[in-house]
Design a protein around this ligand. Structure first.
Ligand SMILES: Nc1ncnc2c1ncn2[C@@H]1O[C@H](COP(=O)(O)OP(=O)(O)OP(=O)(O)O)[C@@H](O)[C@H]1O
Length: 363
C-alpha cells in the first residue's frame, strides 16, 4: 500500500500550465525531494499536496483515500515554509505549543510536549527563549518542531534551509535527514539544490517545465538519468551526439563508440560522467571507444583534477583523482577513452535546447 499517490495532478493558471499531470507513488516513511530549477512547478506541486492549491485535474490519495478536495487543515500534514512564519513575540516553546493550544491541549501537556520536541530538534532547555534571540539555524529547528507537534501523517517543507549560510545549511540537511529517519515520517521537501536533494532524499523527483522528468533514488538519478535534462541538471556530464552506423556502433565527433543499448538506427544521444572518462597520452595505442583530441585546459580542484579536451571541435571534460593524474599538459595531443559501460543512452529528442553541459563548447 502506498502512503501517498499523485495521479495526474495538474495545475493551470489561465492558459498557463504550471504542473502537467504529475503522477507518483510515495511509500510510507520515504524522504522525497522535489528538485528542479526556478519556476519548474515544484512549489505548486507541494502546495497541491498540502491542500493550499486546488488542482485543475488529477487526484491525490493517501492510504487509498481520495483527499483531492479535503481542506488543508483537515489533512493532518505538517508544513514548514521558507519564511518559517514563527511568531516573533512568543518564546520557542510557545511557538511549538501553538498548534496544540489551537487543538485545546491542556497547558501542562503542551509544555511537556514542547520540551520533548525541543529535545528532538536538539534545542533542549530553550523553551523560554524568545524567538527573536535565536540564530537562523535554531529558528529553523523551532519551525520544524512546531510542524511536528501534531504528529502529522506527512511532513512538507518548501525550501526550508535556503536562508541559511552554506555550512549551516549542510549541517541542517544531515540533521533533518537523521530526524526523519528517527521518526520514520513520510517527508517531502522542495529544493532547487541538487546536493541538498542527494544528501537527504530516498527518492529524488526531478522536475522541469511543470513535468516530472524522473523519480528515482539519488544514485540512480545520477547514474541512470532518464533524459538529457536530468543528466545535465544532476552533477556535470558530457552529452555526446552521434549517429548509429551499425548495430551497437555510433559515430561521434572524433571517432566511433561501441556500446550496448543503442537504437537500431538514427541519432544517438549519450551521457558520460567526467569521472568515467579516461585520459591517455597520445602515444597510447588507439582502439575501440578511443577518440583523439587536444588538451585545452587543466584545473586543479584539490580533491580532483579536471581536464578539458577539444575533440573534433567539441569539448569533453574528464575528472581524475590527483594521484591518478596522467602526465599530459595543455596543448598536448591526447586520447580520450569512453568506456562502453560509462555511456548512458538518452532519448535523442531530450537534448536541452540551451545546452549548458560539459559537452557544449563555449562560443
Ligand atoms: N498564482 C499563480 N498565478 C499564475 N502563475 C503562477 C502562480 N503561482 C505560480 N505560477 C507560475 O507557475 C510556475 C511554477 O511556479 P512554482 O512556484 O511552482 O515554481 P518553483 O519550481 O517552485 O520555482 P521557485 O524555485 O522559483 O520557487 C511559474 O512559472 C510561476 O510563475
Amino acid at each position: 500500500m502506498s502512503a501517498l499517490v499523485l495521479d495526474g495532478l495538474t495545475k493551470r493558471y489561465g492558459s498557463f500550465t504550471a504542473v502537467h499531470g504529475a503522477s507518483l507513488r510515495i511509500p510510507h516513511g520515504r524522504f522525497v525531494c522535489l528538485l528542479g530549477p526556478s519556476g519548474c512547478g515544484k512549489t505548486t506541486l507541494l502546495r497541491m499536496i498540502a491542500g493550499l492549491e486546488e488542482p485543475s485535474g488529477g487526484q491525490l490519495l493517501i492510504d487509498d483515500r481520495d483527499i483531492t478536495t479535503t481542506p488543508a487543515h483537515k489533512r493532518d500534514f505538517g508544513m514548514v515554509f521558507q519564511s518559517l512564519a514563527l511568531f516573533p513575540h512568543l518564546s520557542a516553546g510557545e511557538n511549538i505549543a501553538y498548534p496544540l493550544r489551537i487543538r485545546g491541549v491542556p497547558a501542562d501537556e503542551r509544555r511537556r510536549k514542547a520540551e520533548s520536541l525541543l529535545e528532538l530538534v536538539r534545542l533542549p532547555g530553550m523553551a523560554d527563549r524568545p524567538v527573536s534571540q535565536l540564530s537562523g539555524g535554531q529558528r529553523q529547528r523551532v519551525a520544524i518542531a512546531r510542524a511536528l507537534a501534531l504528529e502529522p501523517k506527512l511532513f512538507l517543507l518548501d525550501e526550508p534551509l535556503s536562508a541559511l549560510d552554506a555550512k549551516l545549511r549542510e549541517a541542517m540537511q544531515i540533521e533533518l535527514k537523521q530526524l526523519q529517519r528517527r521518526l520514520g515520517i513520510t517527508t517531502i521537501v522542495v529544493t532547487h539544490d541538487q546536493r541538498e536533494a542527494m544528501t537527504m532524499a530516498d527518492l529524488v523527483v526531478v522536475m522541469s517545465e511543470g513535468r516530472i522528468r524522473q523519480a528515482a533514488p539519488p544514485m540512480e538519478v545520477y547514474r541512470r538519468p532518464a533524459d538529457a535534462f536530468v543528466a545535465d541538471f544532476i552533477g556535470m556530464t558530457n552529452l555526446l551526439e552521434g549517429e548509429v552506423t551499425a548495430p551497437g556502433r555510433a559515430s561521434v565527433p572524433g571517432g566511433e563508440l561501441v556500446l550496448g543499448g543503442l537504437p537500431p538506427h538514427g541519432r544517438a544521444l549519450l551521457s558520460v560522467r567526467p569521472e568515467e572518462v579516461l585520459l591517455h597520452p597520445a602515444t597510447t595505442p588507439n582502439g575501440a571507444n578511443r577518440l583523439t583530441g587536444t588538451l585545452s585546459f587543466i584545473r586543479d580542484l584539490g580533491a580532483s583534477v579536471e581536464f578539458r579536451i577539444d575533440v573534433a571541435g567539441r569539448e569533453i571534460v574528464a575528472l581524475t583523482r590527483p594521484q591518478d593524474r596522467p602526465a599530459v599538459e595543455p596543448g598536448a595531443a591526447v586520447i580520450v577513452e569512453i568506456p562502453a559501460e560509462a555511456c548512458v543512452v538518452l532519448p535523442p529528442e531530450s537534448r536541452a535546447p540551451d545546452g549548458g553541459t560539459a559537452g557544449e563548447r563555449p562560443s
